[in-house]
Design a protein around this ligand. Sequence first.
Ligand SMILES: NC(=O)C1=CN([C@@H]2O[C@H](COP(=O)(O)OP(=O)(O)OC[C@H]3O[C@@H](n4cnc5c(N)ncnc54)[C@H](OP(=O)(O)O)[C@@H]3O)[C@@H](O)[C@H]2O)[C@@H](O)CC1
Ligand SMILES: Nc1ncnc2c1ncn2[C@@H]1O[C@H](COP(=O)(O)OP(=O)(O)O)[C@@H](O)[C@H]1O
Ligand SMILES: [K+]
Length: 463
Amino acid sequence: MTDHVLSVEEMRAAERAAMDSGVSEWQLMQRAGGGAADWIWRIAAGRAVTVLCGPGNNGGDGYVIAETLQRRGLTVTVVAPVEPASETARRARDGFSGEIAKTLVSSSGEVLVDCLFGYGLSRKVEGEFAKLLELACPSHSIRIAIDVPSGIFADSGEWLGASHRYDHTLALGAWKRAHFLMPARADMGNTRLVPIGLDLKDPAERLSERPRIHPPEPDSQKYTRGLVAVVAGEMPGAPLLSSLAAMHAGAGYVKLFSDHSHPDAPAELVIEDGALGEALDDERIGAVLIGPGLGRGSEARDRLRAALNSGHNLVLDADALHLLDRAMLDGADPAKMVVTPHDGELAKLCETFDITATDKRDRAIGLRDATGLTVLAKGPDTLLAPAQGGVVYFPQGSSWLSVAGSGDVLAGMIAARLAVTGDAVGATQEAVWLHQEASRLAGPSFTAGQLADAVRAALALFL
Ligand SMILES: NC(=O)C1=CN([C@@H]2O[C@H](COP(=O)(O)OP(=O)(O)OC[C@H]3O[C@@H](n4cnc5c(N)ncnc54)[C@H](OP(=O)(O)O)[C@@H]3O)[C@@H](O)[C@H]2O)[C@@H](O)CC1
Ligand SMILES: Nc1ncnc2c1ncn2[C@@H]1O[C@H](COP(=O)(O)OP(=O)(O)O)[C@@H](O)[C@H]1O
Ligand SMILES: [K+]
């Protein structure tokens, strides 16, 4: 399967299981190195290649890659500052028919293949290894990391040592967490998975699969198609943006509960003012969104309480995340709720719910476990911690999404998909995919309003 995301421990267990079933480590290395070489061959397109080989099996892969490319006629230079430390890596080194240099020579190639360290990195990269990377990375025009860039800790995506930018990263056997977490993912370039025939079962953590969105049922009407209630507060702009996105993301009916006048709102958007408790007392509502433009005062608090007590499916974003606490959640059903914090809001929620974790994945899991909420931790490395457990990662989104109001658009789309399907985890994934596709369709430097406008065309790509 190509959607598993494994920890280093799980990766080692999967490889042990393969070996228990009769596949040798040497065979696994042949598959890994051979599969990686196929990609490098295409990327190099005849250019000379430098392969850096480290002491472990990542280095072993490097010798297999070097031999494969050399046999295909490429000019290959291997640089290995130390001897291989594992038997399988030694066998791979012995199978390389070319010269092995201890240091980088000036005549090295244009394409760098980094096989110094993979997921076996156990400490900071220093000394001769650090110097070699410092020399080799800037002096090659195309940089390819094998499994992970050397220096990246595969479980967290942190750099242990100096960071370097790569154009391509070829993940071996299965994705590791680092392939989806910052800062690693920003430095990995294009990522590709090279399968090596591991039999992976029941992943706790996985990559979100591109969803298939269904058109309305033949007998659907506006209420059964999904009625979204967007609850406004102090500021009119943000909830209006969320409502527009919700209207384009498949909901049958969008109501904005707001006391503002909204002169720019389209005629199709129904705006209701007055008592929120009564307005929310409509069993046809499929999902409520509260938070964008809500404010943080006592009136905002009352509106959030009304939404939490409404019993509806709920999306909590922006200001709602600053007001949420244990007392607010008391009596509400977290299984019906999705919270959508960016990094700052996630930090605030962790403070509120006494979660001491410091990295994003652990914070999202901690918050989910402490509250029973489904947590979408947003950013360049958006990840989802579903109430039911596990973690879901996403392909990298466009960095043009870093524009004010883009989160309001996403929240509106989650509410729409939730009103349509009633499935918080599925709806959230659909919305993240729609958001990313809409950003591509909107072109560069879009505004949040233009992003919301692109949602309908994005939806068409998932039908
Ligand atoms: N097993 C399999 O079946 C398959 C594995 N595959 C490949 O193997 C990779 C994992 O291999 P691996 O476990 O040997 O680890 P790897 O990343 O090569 O490095 C470990 C070596 O480096 C050393 N070392 C660590 N940090 C260091 C530092 N900062 N500075 C200096 N030294 C440091 C460490 O030394 P030690 O910590 O023991 O002192 C040890 O000698 C994986 O990413 C994939 O590419 C594929 O071929 C598929 C089949
Ligand atoms: N550099 C980036 N790359 C990819 N996606 C990003 C990036 N920056 C922000 N995003 C996405 O854009 C949205 C921003 O949401 P948020 O931070 O709540 O913004 P706002 O509060 O202005 O609406 C999130 O969905 C986030 O994942
Ligand atoms: K590497």
